[in-house]
Design a protein around this ligand. Structure first.
Ligand code: 6GU
Length: 244
């Protein structure tokens, strides 16, 4: 069972999403347990502020260290798990990949610290955070949506969370290639026909066609990925491996 601690000023927003769909089902099926901490509950009376002005000036407010450190202590309790990964979603982090999501899906305990305002006090990052992750080269207003994106990418890779129809094994990126086109009934829709080969029942031909489609799309859309794929294939060939 994976425990996921989420420290956030917007607890309701996070709760609403982890209750639904695959994230919710993963919890119902006991693959994962979400523990959500509202940072305002760890702020000091009488004003319960979690942010303050930046030292040295500048625009925007900075999240104070005390509420985050207190929530962290509450979350980890007495028994410190040395394998705990503490993720801080931030646009200046390493960009999330399938490989990173797979690595994190094998952990037993994760924590997400959601920043808001202009940033968070650097001491939180220096002392508590183990992984700084970005979800792409653009800026969002807070860490909640990135946390949920990263979490979705991780949870669906835990064996058993997806059923065989939803299987993650054929995802884009799992094989190093983008996913190819899919078709369902009817065979002909408004004059558009499903490719003949898919109706042939010839398993080898179908597999070859699907792989060709994936390669074509990857070559066109993501030359960076395609080059990596070809390198990997040539290494496999040298090692005498044969898996498509
Ligand atoms: Cl992880 N956080 C925020 N606030 N903006 C982002 C991001 C993360 N990744 C891309 N943009």
């Amino acid at each position: 069972m994976l425990s996921v601690h989420i420290l956030t000023p917007f607890a309701k927003m996070v709760e609403a999403v982890v209750d639904e769909s695959i994230l919710g089902r993963a919890n119902a099926k006991s693959f994962v347990n979400y523990l959500i901490y509202d940072l305002f509950n760890f702020a000091d009376p009488p004003h319960y502020r979690i942010d303050d002005y930046p030292f040295g000036g500048g625009s925007g407010m900075i999240m104070k260290p005390e509420p985050v450190f207190r929530a962290y202590k509450k979350a980890v309790g007495d028994q410190q798990n040395s394998s705990l990964r503490v993720i801080f979603p931030t646009p200046d982090g390493e960009v999330l990949t399938h490989k990173k999501a797979l690595e994190l899906s094998k952990c037993s305990e994760l924590m997400f610290i959601n920043g808001h305002y202009k940033g968070i006090d650097q001491r939180i990052r220096d002392v508590l955070v183990t992984d700084e992750i970005s979800i792409g080269d653009y800026v969002l207003t807070g860490g909640e949506l990135p946390t949920l994106v990263i979490l979705d990418a991780i949870i669906r890779l835990i064996p058993g969370v997806l059923n065989t129809y939803e299987s993650a094994e054929t995802d884009s990126f799992a094989s190093g290639l983008l996913d190819g086109p899919h078709f369902t009934r009817p065979e002909e829709f408004e004059g558009m026909k499903v490719p003949e080969v898919l109706l042939s029942g010839h398993h080898k031909k179908i597999a070859d066609w699907k792989l060709d489609q994936q390669k074509e799309k990857t070559k066109l859309r993501r030359t960076d990925l395609f080059r990596k794929y070809l390198e990997l294939k040539s290494v496999e060939k040298e090692n005498g491996e044969n898996n498509g």
